[in-house]
Write a protein that binds this ligand. Structure first.
Ligand code: PMP
Length: 286
């Protein structure tokens, strides 16, 4: 038996969860989404994810056909129906069925899709030993073209960078913005430790405002560590003492090699390990 999928107001069997070929989510990547973790039956940072989803939708003039409370209820129902204790939720709002033209205003019925399932994690060994990554040559979307703060259904910019990573036999790539400053990884935010201070690019450098990022900044400050948002160059990454990525799926993962430059002593550093542990405790509800 497959999953129960929330589709347009009801739970349906996975095999029946189908959408039209005229949906503008498919035709144009016109829509928004969220990826959310479930830890011990609890939806992680539920409110922050829902707020970000509604902001993304607002920015592209897409009206989600449910209020926040209704959407949260639908999400909880989907989690319960699939007995997801520890897993992942994908919330998708597509523009809905329209014509073959671009006009979004002929799409009168946005589609709400909720998938609650297991999550494919990086192997544990990667967290212990740290990850090797590369710099992508694909420049992150210019914020005045398609603001990376919008978590849209159009991920081609990130996918092109991901292809560069996979071609180099690594899992992630750093994307730089139009000015050459670090923006983010293809699906994660970037942190480095330099001279004892934790640095992360400001969201204005061209990244999604990661929910994991914000939690990690809060947890680091609670530990008395200083965190500064600052534009970072490729040199700053190469010469960092520690380097880690944050994201819903990856949580906190240490980077030990970028473009062949070894970071620190080639293993995830003490601050990275501490924050990974604190994040884990926070997520488990301790
Ligand atoms: N940047 C991008 C492009 C992402 O898709 C994501 C989400 N996977 C992140 C950063 C991390 O954000 P979050 O911590 O909210 O998952």
């Amino acid at each position: 038996m497959g999953l129960k999928i929330w589709l347009d107001g009801t739970l349906v069997d996975e095999a029946d969860a189908k959408i039209s070929v005229f949906d503008h989510g498919l035709l144009y990547g016109d829509g928004v989404f969220e990826g959310i973790r479930v830890y011990h039956q609890r939806i992680f940072e539920e409110e922050a994810h829902i707020d970000r989803l509604y902001e993304s939708a607002h920015a592209i003039r897409l009206t989600i056909p449910m209020d926040k409370a209704q959407l949260i209820e639908a999400m909880r129902e989907t989690v319960a129906a699939n007995e997801v204790g520890n897993g992942y939720i994908r919330l998708v709002i597509s523009r809905g069925v329209g014509t073959l033209g671009l006009n979004p205003f002929v799409c009168h019925h946005p589609m709400v899709i909720i998938i609650a399932s297991k999550i494919q994690l990086y192997p544990e060994e990667l967290y212990e030993k740290g990850m090797k990554i590369i710099s992508a040559s694909t420049v992150r979307n210019h914020p005045q073209a398609l603001p990376p703060q919008i978590k849209s259904l159009n991920y081609l910019n990130n996918i092109l960078a991901k292809i560069e990573a996979l071609d180099s036999n690594v899992m992630e790539a750093i994307m730089y913005n139009h000015e050459g400053y670090v923006a983010e990884a293809t699906g994660d935010n970037v942190f480095v430790v330099r001279r004892g201070v934790i640095n992360t690019p400001p969201v204005s450098a061209g990244s999604l405002e990661g929910i994991t990022r914000n939690v990690v900044i809060k947890l680091a400050r609670e530990e008395g560590l200083s965190v500064e948002e600052k534009n970072l160059t490729r040199f700053d990454l190469y010469t960092s003492e520690e380097f880690f990525l944050t994201g819903t799926a990856a949580e906190v993962i240490g980077i030990v090699d970028i473009d062949g430059r070894i970071i620190g002593d080639g293993q995830p550093g003490p601050i990275t390990k501490l924050l990974r542990k604190k994040f884990f405790e926070y997520a488990q509800g301790n």
